[in-house]
Structure formats: C-alpha cells, structure tokens
Design a protein around this ligand. Structure first.
Ligand code: UD1
Length: 426
C-alpha cells in the first residue's frame, strides 16, 4: 500500500490548478439515470470515488465512456447513457466502499419506479443516518421497505405524485436525493430548509439543462414542477471549493504565496473570511484565488455550519493552520459528531490541542515535528499533510487511499509549488 513522505519546511510558491468538485460530481453522475439520452460531464476529477461511481452506474446497465483527455491532463470527460436500465439494485459491495452511492436512490426510483440500495452503514465521521433521504422520498409518495440491510423505494402505479418536505436538519445528500426524485414526479414538490451548498446549485443547474423546472435555486426553499421526461445535456462540474481551501491552508502554513487557478471565490467566502481573520491575504478574481502570507498568524474562533457558513469539510485543515497561530483558537464542529480524529495524530506531531465534546482548543504557535501518522478520513488526512508541510523533518502518512478518494493527484499538485512530497510503495 502506498504512503506519502513529506519533508517539511519548503515555502510553497507558484500555481495549483483546482480540479472539478468531488461532491458535485458524485451527485451529477446519478442524474444520468433520469434520461435515456446521453449526459456528458466535463471537468470530472480523476478520483477513486468517481471510478467507483462509474462502476455502480455500469451495474445498472448505464454505458459510460471516458472521452478525449490525455493521461497527463487534470480532469476528464465522461459520457453516460442510460438507454435501458437493466438493474435497479445497488449492491452492498459497491455501496460499502462509497457512501455517496445512496444518491442513486432518488433518480433510480424516479426513472424505474423502484430502487433498491444497500444501507450505507457506519462511517468514520459519525453515524450518518439516511432517514431524511427516505422521509423526503416518502413525502413524494414512495413506499419504503427496509429488509436485510437494503432499502427499497417503490413508486405507486402511474408514478410519484410529488409532495412537500420540510427538513428538520439541513442535509446536503438528502436535498440532492429529493431533487433528483421530484424532477420527474407527476405534480409539484416543495422543499423547505433545503441545503443550499454550491454543489446543490450545480446539481440544479444540470437538472435545468436537462429540462427540469426548479424555482428558488440557491435558496433553502425549492419548488420543483415535475416534468414527463428529461433530455440529455453536456455540463462542466464546478471547481472544488474544498480542494481550493485545503491548498490555501497548505500555502499559508508554509508562509507561502500560491495562486489557486480556477477556484471560484464566491463559493468559498466563509473559508476566505476565516483565512483573512487568521492573517492570510486572499486575492479574488474571476479566474482564481491568490493566497499570500505576509506575517504572523492570529488565533480565531470558528464554528462550522451549513452553507453559507464555514464548511465542516474545512475544519481539519484550518485546525492544522491554527497550530501555527500566535495564541489560542477555538473550533466548534456542529455538523458531525466524532470529527476530531485528526487531533491525536496532530498531537503526535507536536500540536497542542484539547477537545471537549464538539469543541477543540488549539494553542499555538507549536513547533511541529515530522512523525509517522495515520490518515483516518479524507479531510483529516489532508490536515496531516498540511501540518507535515510546516513540520521539521520527515512525516510519513499511511492509509492514503482516503486522500485518493478526494484529492486529484495531490502530490503532483504540491510538487508544482515546491513541496518536498513523494508517494512510495510500502
Ligand atoms: C455531504 C458531503 C460531505 C460534507 C457534508 C456536510 C458529499 C458526497 N458529501 O455529506 O463531504 O461533509 O455534506 O457539508 O457531498 N443527517 C441525518 N439524516 C440524514 C442525512 C443527514 O440526520 O438522512 C445528518 C448527518 O448525520 C449530519 C447532518 O445531517 O449530522 C449533515 O449531513 P449531510 O449534509 O447529509 O451530509 P452528507 O450529504 O452525507
């Protein structure tokens, strides 16, 4: 199994190209189930999770073709064609490896009249139930059965009538599933307290390009007028705001100056605000974001929240950066329980962090030192890389399959800006 070796201390400088957003891609791909015509997605990141999702789509009888990109290019284009659905079952083996597989439930139900998806099971960053996905789909008229670890959703004869659902908790995935179900319902559906992350807007934009009728895009109240059929479309995945934010932290912790080419500043304002209050200079233009670190870093209090609040997916990376701030910072995680698994690993590198429930107190500045550390989940892994870039000596990060799920060619991108990082076979 591969591991990453990082020798810290290099000041990062140069340009990092930002890839298409993983979390957007994972909800755009299942949209191909909604139409017999081809859906072509450009700017898809090359990631293990995308390959996994492609595999899942093939399992349903969807043909997929990767188009026209050279191996050395970042990103790729995938054409998906669901002319005929040959199976409506997402088996345990595929779902187990990729939690986002639950996102096929809604579109498969809408298209085929029924869908059977293995329950995703536990997850490293909390229980992550799917009750809201099921309740929303039920509100649109589906019948839900749970048997032998599988959830089966069935539409009445003549199709789903549609309906209203008020989310008790903001959920990105459940909003996505609900949207992909409602677009083909017979009537109008309304979603209240829906998630409004940029990835949801990306999903709505693709659905509209396919002929869906959605009002309120970008707000938490969405009205979806069901249509009889959807057409194919060609669509470019939005830039990855979490990848961009992660490299911003990487640049800042080394005192570096990096341009994040292709990053969309508008989608990452909460992260930009956090970085500026820490003392990082952030420049924004239509084609990217510039990061510079002129002086000492200041401690801050940060709380994660649904969009437009600070993304929980940025919490771990900002925590690493705050290890270098001059004073005590407070980080509150409100979205997931058990999302501080990077703390003991950062402590092994010399960080001074204490946690109580969902609050972490980071005392800086710490002189970080290289160590052997273990990646636990995707963003936690990135926080270890960030700390390692500023640490004295060598850090070995193991279990990097987590990183390969979410960061396209991580070590190549960091090498581009002068990091001493290499992937080696264990
Ligand atoms: C998505 C993102 C993930 C990000 C998260 C929050 C993808 C593939 N993943 O995950 O990277 O960290 O949004 O921004 O896009 N909840 C329930 N019942 C449900 C669903 C969710 O109680 O049926 C709870 C969760 O336990 C959590 C909260 O709602 O406490 C938010 O979760 P949600 O927004 O659904 O996260 P995901 O869509 O799984």
């Amino acid at each position: 199994m591969d591991k990453l070796i990082i020798r810290g201390g290099n000041r990062l400088s140069g340009t990092i190209p930002i890839s298409g957003a993983k979390n957007a891609a994972l909800t755009l791909i299942p949209c191909a189930l909604l139409t017999e015509e081809a859906v072509t997605l450009r700017n898809l990141p090359r990631l293990a999770d995308i390959d996994g999702f492609q595999h899942l789509m093939n399992q349903f009888g969807v043909t997929t073709a990767i188009q026209g990109t050279r191996p050395e290019d970042f990103g790729r284009t995938m054409r998906l064609e669901a002319t005929r659905i040959t199976s409506s079952v997402a088996p345990y083996d595929l779902v187990r490896k990729m939690r986002a597989s639950i996102l096929v439930l809604g579109p498969m139900l809408a298209r085929a009249g029924e869908a059977t998806v293995s329950m995703p099971g536990g997850c490293a960053i909390g229980n992550r139930p799917i009750d809201l996905h099921l309740k929303a789909i039920e509100a649109f008229g589906a019948q839900i059965e749970l048997t032998q670890g599988y959830v089966k959703a069935i539409a009445p004869d003549g199709g789903l009538p549609g309906g209203d659902f008020d989310f008790p908790v903001v959920s990105v995935g459940a909003t996505e599933n609900a949207l992909m179900t409602a677009v083909l319902a017979n009537g109008t559906s309304r979603l209240f307290n829906a998630a409004r992350e940029p990835e949801i807007v990306d999903l709505c934009n693709l659905l509209v390009a396919m002929g869906a009728e959605i009002e309120g895009i970008g707000t938490s109240d969405l009205t979806i007028h069901g249509v009889k059929r959807l057409n194919g479309a060609t669509y470019a995945v939005m830039p990855d705001r979490i990848e961009a934010g992660s490299y911003a932290c990487a640049a800042a912790i080394t005192g570096g100056a990096v341009r994040l080419e292709g990053a969309k500043a508008n989608d990452m304002q909460a992260t930009i605000h956090a970085l500026r209050s820490i003392g990082v200079e952030v420049g924004e233009d239509a084609k990217g974001v510039d990061i510079a670190t002129p002086g000492a870093l200041s401690p801050v209090d940060l709380t994660t929240a649904p969009y437009p609040g600070l993304a929980t997916d940025m919490q771990a990376q900002l925590m690493s950066l705050l290890c270098k701030a001059d004073g005590a910072s407070v980080l509150k995680e409100t979205i997931f329980e058990n999302r501080f698994m990077h703390v003991p690993e950062l402590a092994r590198m010399g960080a001074d962090i204490s946690t109580e429930g969902r609050t972490a107190i980071v005392k800086g500045p710490s002189s970080l030192t290289g160590a052997e550390v273990m990646a636990t989940d995707l963003r936690a892994s990135m926080s270890l890389i960030i700390a390692a870039l500023a640490a004295e000596g060598e850090t070995t990060v193991r279990r990097i399959y987590h990183l390969d799920r979410g960061y396209e060619r991580l070590e190549e991108k960091l090498q581009l800006v002068g990091a001493d990082i290499e992937r080696v076979d264990d």
